[in-house]
Design a protein. Structure first.
Length: 356
């Protein structure tokens, strides 16, 4: 068996806490916190436990807050109303949606009043109208572009019209390519799954993907906030965390939505967060957040390699175990299959769903 030492910069090198409990609250290092919504603040239309209190505390401390979502089924004003109805006071200007960003991009590239074939919800049509473009529904209307976003009523006929329009030469814009979206019943097909239908039919990718992991939503939020450091909080490695890294921003992965510990251990470098916590308590409680990767022998834990497995031994805080596992998994070809060597390790793996 071979032990590992942490191979990359610790949280202390980034200007934040090195690990749980080592210093003040994580949020004190940042002037702006940008939240993803689905899987972080709410699931569909229900607030995630602790989210209302966390955002309320940020407001009480006078800290700037913004929301960046790939969900193109609601306008910024509708999202703000939804949040406010949940007990999270929000202004439309604080909400950045992929639908609005797509509309603004098309406005800059098309003449006023140009027809755009829309595959998606009414929110995307409304955003296009708001910038002076004309939403249409069929390829016969000779659209200047196709805009595809998530909509629960999208069907075969919508995708067929989009396919015809793209084949006729209309550029294809996707608001986002999230394969799934979270729900209380588990992950459901997202816009990326619908984009995949057209990708299969057309034999090519969209011309432009607007939302995360593209950095535009995050860089816009940071620019609006002005000076100071920005922390992105998300639940998806492939959109929130990768988008934050592309924007040059620190990120916190919360395990309340799509990405889990197994996905974290297998994450390529461009999808690795700076910090991990179970939920938004990690913003305020140093014991509820950990910088990743940690050290493979630290916090009472040790991680060693045994063939193609990673073996966790010792005892300590579960988040420290996860940081140690990240250190090993991200610096070796072994894993990310893990197994326990001690009863405490077995319990820690169970807390992260890694015991199966």
């Amino acid at each position: 068996m071979t032990g590992y030492a942490g191979a990359t910069a610790s949280g202390a090198d980034r200007g934040g806490p090195d690990r749980a409990g080592a210093g003040g609250p994580l949020v004190e290092a940042y002037s702006l916190v940008v939240f993803d919504l689905d899987g972080v603040i709410y699931l569909i239309d229900r607030p995630i436990p602790g989210a209302v209190e966390a955002v309320g505390r940020l407001h009480a401390e006078g800290r700037a807050v913004a929301y960046a979502t790939n969900n193109a089924s609601r306008r910024s004003s509708e999202v703000a109303d939804l949040l406010t109805g949940m007990g999270v006071p929000a202004q439309p200007a604080e909400v950045l949606t992929s639908a609005a960003a797509t509309a603004e991009l098309l406005r800059d590239r098309l003449p006023e009043g140009a027809p755009v074939l829309v595959v998606g919800a009414e929110a995307l049509r409304a955003e296009l109208r708001a910038v002076g473009l004309r939403p249409v529904s069929t390829a016969d209307e000779e659209p200047a572009a196709v805009a595809q976003g998530y909509g629960p009523q999208v069907g075969w006929s919508d995708l067929a019209e989009a396919s015809l329009a793209v084949r006729a030469g209309a550029p294809w814009y996707a608001t986002n390519t999230d394969r799934t979206l979270p729900s209380p019943r588990g992950p459901l097909p997202g816009n990326g799954s619908l984009v995949a239908v057209l990708r299969t039919a057309l034999g090519r990718d969209p011309d432009v993907v607007v939302g995360k992991p593209e950095p535009a939503l995050f860089t816009t939020a940071a620019r609006r906030a002005g000076t100071g450091r920005t922390l992105v909080v998300g639940d998806r490695l492939d959109t929130d965390i990768e988008g934050a890294r592309r924007a040059g921003l620190d990120s916190l992965l919360v395990l309340t939505g799509v990405s889990d510990a197994a996905e974290l251990l297998a994450a390529p470098e461009e999808r690795r967060p700076a910090y991990v916590s179970f939920d938004l308590a990690g913003l305020f409680d140093p014991a509820a957040v950990v910088a990743v990767p940690g050290r493979a022998t630290a916090g009472g834990w040790s991680v060693t390699e045994a063939g193609s497995d990673l073996v966790l031994d010792g005892a300590g805080a579960p988040l420290d175990a996860l940081a140690a596992l990240c250190a090993a998994a991200w610096s070796t070809a072994a894993g990310p299959r893990v197994r326990a060597q001690s009863p405490a390790a077995e319990e820690a793996l169970g807390a992260f769903g890694l015991d199966g």
